[in-house]
Ligand binder design. Structure first.
Ligand code: SAM
Ligand code: SF4
Length: 435
């Protein structure tokens, strides 16, 4: 989500005449798009800002912008801490960067953190890839997970209209993009704030309806979406994904903890049994699907046996990938104030144990690719070996392979290639082109 916001802001900067500087300490304008999901992400911002504040003392024309979630969380207090900053802007204001910078040009120090209706993005994002693109479909989050800062920094859910989303994807297809990833903090909430009920009394404009609505766009070969919430993930969505050819066989569905009492304390609104039923149904209809998740360890009050249940779920389900984190108390979240916080030492130990298991499970899961034929969308060259191309399987596995096929054909980014997989690691694969 932050990458997508950064690409839109970079696009606005280019439009008004800025160019990318060779390096951070040479730039005339520095914009940090910040993350506050955990404390270590937030602390990095202050160390970066310290360096730029020093530069500004000798280079008064330097413009310093702090965007994103730390900006939203800290607002005016950021200016007190680093008075050299020119502009503090929350994530809902990303599309307003041009007009906010105009105010800065007029000599003002600007804070844009009020709740705001997100304007349709009329600018052209400067996307890092010209093959795969992010497409925001819903901003914000209305959930209240007790550990999470997102609802307070990204605000209430705001869905874009299906027509605006389709137009953006058609535009991407006309530029040659092949893959899109629909984005939302809780993408299953897509459309809750849009009008429309079907004759049968079902809500219209759900994520499933959106997939059906955009599926026929010519030129787009692959469709992905993230992040899914187990509370709202529907059977209809699974069935539709199994029927739509372009929707890739990968689901990112965080489960956070394997223990029902912890899930309750987290305010997640599902049980681990429901989670397992979702996975079973996916595997029933889409046997090859890869499943990834997010997990938090050492949530306040988590006992050793509750932690063991998280490990057991990782083994039982056999995830392809899991993003792991130790609980980090965040400002304005209920769990940060609870008395039953766990010591740092426990956090470190549990995270280490979990990561070892995640790696082993992913490796084991990857064994199913050995000698398999996989379709890969080529995204570019391997930065560590310029004779190799890289891309991802439909199941989202990063895969490396030689540029030249057995017939001498030189493959290019943007093409789909069929590979025979001959090497399997925990988080990536290698293969050779069939033709
Ligand atoms: N909306 C998504 C969801 O509900 O799963 C993801 C939100 S968040 C940007 C990504 C992940 O960060 C979460 O799934 C969670 O595992 C982790 N996270 C969020 N708050 C955290 C905290 N206070 N401490 C540690 N990890 C956290
Ligand atoms: Fe945070 Fe929960 Fe919303 Fe995800 S669903 S962004 S974890 S509050």
């Amino acid at each position: 989500m932050n990458k997508a916001d950064s690409e839109r802001m970079a696009g606005i900067l280019e439009k008004i005449g800025y160019q990318k500087a060779k390096e951070e300490l040479e730039a005339d304008l520095v914009l940090y798009n910040t993350c506050t999901i955990r404390d270590n992400a937030e602390q990095k911002v202050y160390s970066y800002l310290g360096r730029q504040a020093k530069r500004k003392k000798i280079l008064p024309h330097l413009k310093l912008v702090v965007a994103g979630c730390v900006a939203q969380q800290e607002g005016e207090s950021l200016l007190r801490r680093v008075p050299e900053i020119d502009l503090v802007m929350g994530p809902q204001h990303a599309n307003r960067l041009e007009s906010l910078l105009n105010q800065v040009e007029n000599g003002q120090q600007v804070i844009a953190t009020e709740q705001s209706h997100i304007l349709e993005d009329l600018t052209t994002a400067r996307r890092e890839s010209n093959i795969c693109a992010w497409v925001n479909v819903i901003y914000g989050c209305n959930e209240r997970c007790t550990y999470c800062v997102v609802p307070s920094v990204r605000g209430k859910e705001q869905s874009r209209s299906p027509q605006a989303i389709r137009l953006e994807i058609e535009h991407l297809a006309s530029l040659g993009y092949k893959e899109i990833t629909l984005l939302g903090q809780n993408i299953d909430a897509y459309g809750r704030d849009l009008p429309g009920i079907t004759k049968e009394g079902r809500r219209q404009n759900t994520l499933t309806d959106l997939l059906l609505y955009i599926h026929d766009i010519k030129g787009i070969e692959r469709i992905r979406f993230a992040t899914s919430h187990p509370r709202y993930f529907t059977q209809r969505l699974i069935k539709t994904c199994s029927e739509l050819k372009k929707v890739c066989e990968h689901f990112h569905i965080p489960f956070q903890s394997g223990d029902n009492n912890i899930l309750k304390a987290m305010g997640r609104g599902y049980t681990i049994e429901r989670y397992k039923r979702i996975v079973d149904r996916i595997r029933e209809l889409i046997p090859n699907a890869s499943i990834s998740a997010d997990v938090i360890v050492a949530f306040p009050g988590e006992s050793d046996s509750q932690f063991q249940k998280t490990l057991a779920i990782i083994e039982e389900i056999g995830f392809d990938q899991v993003n792991t984190a130790a609980f980090s108390p965040r400002p304005n979240t209920p769990a940060a104030n609870w008395r039953n916080q766990l010591p740092e030492k426990v956090k470190i130990e549990r995270l280490k144990e979990l990561n070892l298991l995640v790696e082993a499970t992913a490796k084991q899961r990857n064994n199913r690719y050995k000698n398999a034929i996989e379709e890969v969308l080529i995204e570019g060259f391997n930065p560590k070996n310029q004779e190799q191309l890289m891309g991802r399987t439909r199941t989202n596995r990063l895969t490396f392979f030689p540029e030249k096929g057995p017939t001498g054909y030189l493959y290019k980014p943007g093409e789909l290639v069929s590979l025979q997989i001959n090497e399997v690691r925990s988080f990536s694969l290698s293969g050779t082109p069939l033709k």
